[in-house]
Each structure stands twice: as structure tokens, then as C-alpha cells.
Design a protein around this ligand. Structure first.
Ligand SMILES: [Zn+2]
Length: 685
């Protein structure tokens, strides 16, 4: 080690022990310049650990190989998780530059792990003898999962294909990073300034407040209003603005994200990503990328996904035809042009909803103050699982809007840390997600999970949520609980590291409690008067719940079908994604006045990484489980039924990936899931 490097290490907080409260990252000491030197040290250190496991003289045992593999690379994991979280929640040009440099190098590192022949031969040998090793079920599961990870990452590829496989994976990592950065650039590059009273026509108070907040963030003069492409501004704008011309601008800009010719154009990137994924699948011997992905899912085969999506698709289209008639009639009565367009649907639907159910979103929001709804979700977690959240002040995090809570169990034991970062800002990617800074594990004294939820609510003096926002808040918190309640021995099996069509079960089932009357009666209080939400308003909310579900189903199912069709193309098929998308929409008969929730040029589920590629369907797959699963509480006659909650905790929320998911579900529910409750919930049967 030379002196310059030694000096770097001595002053790099990423490489020191973290003597911080709870072992949190030393956020106030870390800057973008620390990451590359830290990665440069931590990646070879991880490989050295693996070399030591592979080259030990003792024959392979579960402990000296599998457990040692699970425990290796903790320094790198710690740095990588911090980096990924900062790059998502509070990025900067400097971090984005590091991201572009590191994405292919981290991919190369993963490749070096899974192509480690001597290490794999020990794991493969243990896998061959797994029945005779005397392992318990969690140990056996760990061995099987690690072995599968190696195989799926190319460990069994012949020597002549390995180098190319590594090149493909590195190139994919770089392209996916650029894809995400391009979407962020297009989102940050657009804002619509609302100049006078005519531009503000139709906008309710909460939206005016958040449009003012957005203008402030953009540095516009005090009192200005602006609409950005953040869903928490753009979607309510499309719902409430009576300026059809402005709605069209916002709708078109949203759809065009990633599809502007020039340096941020994602269309050629997506085509390159598809070509490389097809090559990856071919190297593994699968006919298409979807076949390769689906092998490690509950669904198993693309056909099973088609069967499920089709059961929703045709009924949704039929139902949308009826809804369109009502919307068209409303357009005529308002003197708006017909036939209606995609930028009219939300607006007219809201008018019909107001008329039919006497329900106004602006009337509900004052009862859904963010602070009260956070209290509601903590309360639900307490009633179901006995946990308590205690806020901690004065501990530096990466942004002033991020907040920290201790999580304590029934015995008042600290079981984890929870960070909530709820507001939109230009330095945060759009959407809502859960992530971790540290995983739970039960080995060697164990580690407590540090879990983070991100939302993109518009910041205001009092942030008021819509019914959709409330569901998103509970959704991410459901993922958060999956990370926080995890009780497994091995990090590799902890928390949300389950199959990707199972991972949305804990999040989606938790959304049901956001609709529970007893929860809302207690927590949905008017932010100014403190008055509880009126029973009549609750009734109206309930009555309107299935309204416009055909639109939501089409907006979701169509991109899910397009995702499967795209990733099911036989290897070697060149694809122009814009043309492909247009053909698919025509073939499916996607109504033009409804359109897609995500278009391919900004479809980050598919192209930000491999996580949801050939996997956008997982939300509906999990919805089958969550609708059927929540029925267990309804059948028990109590939304917090103790025994049902205990089974949900034991087999789902605390169980990580200890068990095969279909078996875990059966253990919770006592039988396999039924599809009908999901279809009924969407009003499709
Ligand atoms: Zn989710």
C-alpha cells in the first residue's frame, strides 16, 4: 500500500468503523468523492474473503462454505447500500458521475463472484449432498438459493462463454443506469409555470399549495405556481384543471419522458438493453428472456402470467366502454369536445365521481394529513404485530426531510430502525419505494435492520394526501415491515429478498388497513379543526371505491402484457421499441383515451435494472394473494384478528425467504389462493 492510498483510507469515513448512533451511516461526513476509493478497496477485499473460503484445506461444509459466503462482503454491502440510497433519494451531479463509472464495475464484481470456479465447486458439491448434510429447513433453503444464484449468474457456463457473459452483464448495468438518469433529466427539465388566474382554473387549494411549493423549489418568485412531472403534481393537475390545453401539455410531456431525440433519448438504449437480455437468455439456453426470468418466479412460465392478466383484460375493456359513455355525456354537458382524449379521462372521471357519489377529492384530503396518516400506519402495525415506533431527533441523516424512528417489539426490545423520507424534490427519483441501509440477520449476535421508505408527496405547510397517496404510504410501509419484522438467521434470506412475484404481498395486503373504517374513524381528523371524518363521507368513500377501476386496470394490465410480449420475443429479434409498443397497443385494442400507465421510453420497472423485467405483472399476481389473504381477516370478523395476524407475521412478514412462497402462503391461509377476490375487488366480476 502506498502512502497516498494509506492517507485516503485514513480519512475516508466509508472505510472506518461507524461509531454512530445505531451504526447508522455517518451521513454528515460522507461526500461523493469518498465512494470510488471505498469501492476500490471493498471489492477486492470481498474477493479475498471468497478466495479464502475457496482455498481452505478443510473439505466443504455448510458452515465453512455456505454460511461463510453469506457473511462475506459486509463492508462492500454497507457501502453499496448507502450509495444506492443516496443515488435514489438525494442525488447530485457528482453522485451521478460516480454511478455511471461504478455501475459496470459493480456488475463486473458480481460476475467475478458468481464465476468463481473454486468457490462454486464447493457449493455445487454441498448441493449434490444436500439431503445427507443434516440441515434444517432454513439451512437447506439457504444452500438451494445460493446455488441457484450461481447457476442463474452463469457459474455452469462453459469456459468459452464466460467472458462474453461478463461483458453482457457489465454493458447492461451501464445502460440501465443511463436509462434511469435520462428519465430523471427529462422530469427535472420540464415545468409548467401557471401565470395567471386563468391558468389556475379548477385547481383546489391543496394543489395550489403544492404548486406554490414546486415553484419555490424551482426558484421562481414567491407566490408563483408551477406544475412538474412529479405524479403528486401532474396527476392531480390532470384530474382538476379545467384548462384542457394545459392538461394536454402535461399529459404529452409525461408520455414523452425518455422519448425526446438527443442525449437523453431512451429508445435506442432500450433496444440495446433488449438485445443484450436476449443474448443473456441465449447463453443460458432459454428461448427468450421471459423464459429465463420466469423460472425463478411463483408463476413459473409466461403462460401462467398471460392466463391471469387475460382474466382481467377483457372484462376491464367491456366495463370501460360503459364508463366512457358516462364520461362522454359529462363532456357534452360541460361543453368540452368529444370524443374525449387521454388528457380528459381523469378530469371527466372526477366530475362523474363527484356527481354520482357526491364525493370530492378536495373534500377528503383535509382529513388525510400526512402526519395523522403516519400515526395511523404505525397504529395498525402495533395492533397487528405489537410493534411501536419512537421518533429520534437530532441524529444527522442525509436530508432535513428524512426522519428516524426506533422500532420496538412487545417486550420493548429494539428490533430495527425506520427512516421515512416523504417529500418530492428534484434530487429524488420519482415514485415510491422501500429500501434498506442494513439487513436483518441472526448470525453472530445479529444485526438490526435499517429500513427506509421514500415517497414523493408534494411538500406543503400541512401535506394533505389523496386516497391514492394514502394507499401508497401504506404500501411502502408494508414493504418496510417486511424488512423490519424479518427474523431469519441468514442475511441472504432476510426481509424482502423473496421471489419477485411474492414481494408485493406484504406491501399490498397492508393497503387494506388504509381502507378500514375503524382506522379512519380514529386517525382521519381534519387538519384544522381536529374533527373526525364524518360517517357520511366514509360511506361515500366506500361506495366510490370501485369507480373507474376499469381505467386503472387497463392502464396497468396493458403495460404488463406489453412487458411480457417484449421480453418473450425470441432471442435475436431486433426491436424498435416505439414501433413495438404501437403494434402491441393496436393488437390489444388499448383504448386511446386511456393509454398506458408507463410507456417503454420511461418504463423504469423494465429498464432501470433486471428486477421487474418480464415482471410488471407481479403487482396483479400479488394482488390475487393480498385480496384472498385479507379475506382471512374478514372471515374472522375482525380486521386485527389476533390469530390471523399471528399467522401473517409468522409465515409472511417475519419469514423472509425461509420457505418456498406457495408453501408460505398455504401455511398462512390454510389453502391455495383464489383469483376471484382480486377480480371482485376491481369490480370485474
Ligand atoms: Zn411495492
Amino acid at each position: 500500500m502506498n502512502d497516498a492510498l494509506r492517507d485516503t483510507l485514513a480519512i475516508n469515513p466509508l472505510l472506518q468503523d461507524w461509531h454512530t448512533p445505531y451504526g447508522l451511516p455517518p451521513f454528515d461526513q460522507v461526500d461523493a468523492g469518498h465512494f470510488i476509493p471505498a469501492f476500490d478497496l471493498a471489492m477486492p477485499a470481498h474477493l479475498a474473503e471468497l478466495d479464502a473460503i475457496a482455498s481452505q484445506a478443510a473439505p466443504a461444509s455448510f458452515d465453512n462454505t455456505v454460511v461463510a459466503f453469506d457473511a462475506a462482503g459486509r463492508l462492500l454491502t454497507r457501502i453499496e447500500l448507502l450509495f444506492d440510497n443516496l443515488a435514489s433519494s438525494e442525488t447530485s451531479p457528482a453522485l451521478q458521475e460516480v454511478e455511471l463509472i461504478m455501475a459496470p464495475r459493480i456488475a463486473a464484481h458480481k460476475n467475478a463472484i458468481y464465476m468463481h470456479a473454486a468457490l462454486f465447486s464447493r457449493i455445487d458439491a454441498l448441493y449434490g449432498q444436500r439431503a445427507e448434510l443434516g440441515l434444517d429447513s432454513e439451512q437447506l433453503r439457504l444452500l438451494e438459493r445460493i446455488h441457484l444464484d450461481f447457476v442463474r449468474a452463469g457459474a455452469k457456463l462453459p469456459e468459452d462463454k464466460r467472458q462474453r457473459y461478463g461483458e453482457v452483464m457489465e454493458a447492461l448495468a451501464g445502460l440501465c443506469t443511463r436509462f434511469t438518469q435520462n428519465v430523471l433529466a427529462d422530469e427535472a427539465g420540464f415545468s409548467l409555470q401557471l401565470k395567471d388566474a386563468a391558468d389556475l382554473a379548477g385547481l383546489p387549494d391543496f394543489l395550489l399549495a403544492s404548486a406554490q411549493g414546486a415553484a419555490r423549489q424551482l426558484g421562481l418568485p414567491e407566490g408563483s405556481h408551477a406544475i412538474t412531472l412529479s405524479p403528486s403534481l401532474a396527476e392531480p393537475f390532470l384530474t382538476f384543471s379545467s384548462r384542457r390545453d394545459l392538461r394536454e401539455i402535461v399529459w404529452r410531456e409525461r408520455v414523452a419522458r425518455g422519448a425526446h431525440a438527443g442525449e437523453h433519448d431512451n429508445r435506442p438504449l432500450a433496444a440495446e438493453i433488449m438485445a443484450l437480455r436476449q443474448e443473456q437468455a441465449a447463453l443460458h439456453g432459454y428461448a427468450s428472456y421471459a423464459d429465463y426470468e420466469l423460472v425463478d418466479r411463483m408463476a413459473g412460465k409466461p403462460a401462467a402470467v398471460h392466463d391471469l392478466l387475460s382474466r382481467a383484460w377483457e372484462p376491464a375493456k367491456r366495463k370501460a366502454e360503459q364508463d366512457r359513455l358516462a364520461l362522454t355525456e359529462m363532456a357534452r354537458s360541460l361543453g368540452e369536445p368529444t370524443p374525449i382524449a387521454a388528457w380528459d379521462w381523469r378530469y371527466l372521471a372526477e366530475k362523474v365521481r363527484q356527481q354520482r357519489y357526491d364525493l370530492d377529492d378536495a373534500e377528503i384530503k383535509p382529513y388525510f394529513a400526512l402526519e395523522n396518516m403516519i400515526a395511523a400506519m404505525f397504529d395498525c402495525a402495533g395492533k397487528l404485530f405489537g410493534v411501536r415506533f419512537v421518533e429520534q431527533q437530532g441524529i444527522p441523516l442525509y436530508h432535513a426531510d428524512a426522519r428516524l424512528w426506533e422500532v420496538r417489539d412487545r417486550a420493548d426490545q429494539l428490533i430495527g430502525l425506520f427512516i421515512g423520507d416523504n417529500y418530492a424534490r428534484p434530487s429524488k427519483r420519482s415514485g415510491a419505494w422501500m429500501s434498506i441501509f442494513r439487513s436483518q440477520s441472526g448470525i453472530a449476535g445479529g444485526t438490526l435492520p435499517i429500513v427506509i421508505n421514500n415517497n414523493n408527496f408534494a411538500k406543503a405547510d400541512t401535506t394533505l394526501l389523496s386516497a391514492d397517496d394514502l394507499r401508497t404510504l401504506f404500501h411502502e410501509f408494508g414493504h418496510g415491515l417486511h424488512g423490519l419484522l424479518s427474523q431469519v438467521r441468514y442475511e441472504h434470506l432476510a426481509g424482502t429478498q423473496v421471489l419477485s412475484d411474492f414481494v408485493e404481498l406484504p406491501s399490498q395486503i397492508f393497503e387494506n388497513w388504509a381502507d378500514e373504517e375503524s382506522v379512519l374513524k380514529q386517525h382521519a381528523r381534519h387538519y384544522q379543526t381536529g374533527e373526525a371524518i364524518p360517517a357520511a363521507l366514509l360511506q361515500k368513500l366506500k361506495a366510490a371505491r370501485q369507480f373507474n377501476q376499469a381505467w386503472a386496470t387497463i392502464q396497468y394490465v396493458a403495460p404488463a402484457l406489453i412487458d411480457m410480449a417484449l421480453h418473450s420475443l425470441p432471442n435475436g429479434t431486433e426491436v424498435d421499441i416505439a414501433a413495438f409498443e404501437a403494434e402491441q397497443c393496436a393488437a390489444l385494442g388499448v383504448p386511446e383515451d386511456i393509454g398506458l400507465r408507463h410507456y417503454l421510453s420511461h418504463f423504469q420497472h423494465l429498464f432501470a435494472g433486471p428486477g421487474y423485467a418480464a415482471g410488471y405483472y407481479v403487482y396483479m399476481w400479488a394482488e390475487v394473494l393480498d385480496a384472498d389473504g385479507y379475506d382471512a381477516f374478514i372471515e374472522a370478523g375482525d380486521p386485527f384478528h389476533a390469530e390471523t395476524a399471528e399467522r401473517l407475521y409468522r409465515h409472511i412478514y417475519s419469514a423472509g425467504n425461509k420457505q418456498e412462497p406457495a408453501a408460505a402462503y398455504r401455511a398462512f391461509r390454510g389453502r391455495d389462493p383464489k383469483v376471484e377476490p382480486m377480480l371482485a375487488k376491481r369490480g370485474l366480476i
